[in-house]
Design a protein around this ligand. Structure first.
Ligand code: G3I
Length: 305
């Protein structure tokens, strides 16, 4: 295989990228997307502020553009994200507990209903835990007004809304074994023990010199898989360049391939020029859509040439 998607498919995995709707009119962007990737994640278009800017008034136009493009290319779609403290419209923060609960469940029902049958995996809840050593939940309207049970409630609502979608918990700084990933691990174990519906855990995998690829990355993916969930690498990008960057990407791909329940990898953008990291070159294609050494390393790790 000579592309990321085709090589990953031969290993029983997908290889995806974050996509921005307003780039779908750029020919080089679309050509690279269509050639190399077989899964997409809308980078911002399925977030709460984009989809439901005022209560119970939904705007699907940009997200629909991405989904219909993906369908026309036989690409999978990862839904990102239903319940998150960030990119949350201000009206949500003003609700009391009862209204917030019904707004959260309505948001899940409406959005998952709109896309029912078209989304492979949903990030149902994103980034609900604090960084650092506490293992505590992060403050958010959901956490502060609904308490710890909001995550479980979101997953139960999501299961009913689209029974065929894989339901994921997604977070960052959980890529290695640490206090934060331990807290997520304990939650997932509890969910599995009590029959709360959860199918997968997403590891964002935003790496740089302060936050390098952890030495126990594969071990961490494996311990989650051993709980009976799939694991997915959901937002991969790695700062750097040249051989060092390529080596880090290779390690990530090899870790996923070594874990049978690691079902796919998504990089957080097609080209360095549109990366969320304003200064930096964390992706596989440079600003002119040339393949970087990191691309070659990923393709080779996937068994492609
Ligand atoms: O759309 C508006 C535009 O109308 C406005 O003129 C412009 C001025 O700032 O802002 C535009 O919105 C920006 C949006 O991206 C779309 O480009 C926001 O300011 C900007 O904050 C937003 O950044 C996104 C970020 O999430 C916000 O949290 C990044 O593109 C996106 O890559 C990033 O993705 C997150 C994942 O969802 C969750 N995990 C971490 C990851 C990286 O931060």
């Amino acid at each position: 295989a000579s592309t990321l998607g085709a090589a990953a498919a031969e290993k029983g995995r997908y290889f995806g990228t974050a996509v921005a709707a307003n780039r779908l009119s750029e020919p080089d962007y679309v050509a690279t997307l269509n050639r190399e990737f077989n899964s997409v994640t809308p980078e911002n278009e399925m977030k709460w502020d984009a989809l439901e800017p005022s209560r119970n008034s939904f705007n699907y136009a940009n997200a629909d553009r991405i989904v219909s493009h993906a369908r026309s290319q036989n690409m999978m779609v990862r839904g990102h994200t239903l319940v998150w403290h960030s990119q949350l419209p201000s009206w949500v923060g003003g609700l009391d507990a009862n209204n917030l609960r019904s707004a959260m469940n309505n948001h899940i029902n409406q959005v998952m209903g709109h896309y029912r049958g078209q989304i492979h995996s949903w990030d149902v809840v994103n980034e609900a835990f604090q960084d650092g050593s506490s293992g505590a939940r992060r403050s958010s309207p959901f956490q502060d007004r609904l308490g710890n049970g909001f995550i479980e409630e979101a997953f139960r609502t999501a299961r009913a809304a689209d029974p065929n979608a894989k339901l994921c918990y997604n977070d960052y700084n959980t890529d290695g074994i640490n206090a934060k990933s331990n807290a997520v691990y304990n939650m997932v174990r509890d969910f599995k023990q009590r029959g709360v519906p959860i199918d997968c855990v997403g590891f964002q995998s935003h790496f740089n010199s302060q936050s390098p690829v952890p030495s126990d990355y594969q071990q961490n993916l494996q311990r989650f898989a051993d709980l009976g969930v799939d694991v997915q690498i959901t937002e991969l990008d790695i700062e750097g360049s040249g051989t060092a960057q390529a080596d880090n990407y290779r390690r990530v791909v090899n870790a996923c391939l070594a874990v049978s329940r690691c079902t796919g990898i998504t990089v957080w953008g097609v080209t360095d020029k549109y990366s969320w990291r304003a200064s930096g070159t964390p992706l596989l294609f440079d600003g002119n859509y040339n393949k970087k050494p990191a691309y070659d390393a990923v393709l080779a790790a996937l068994g492609g040439t």
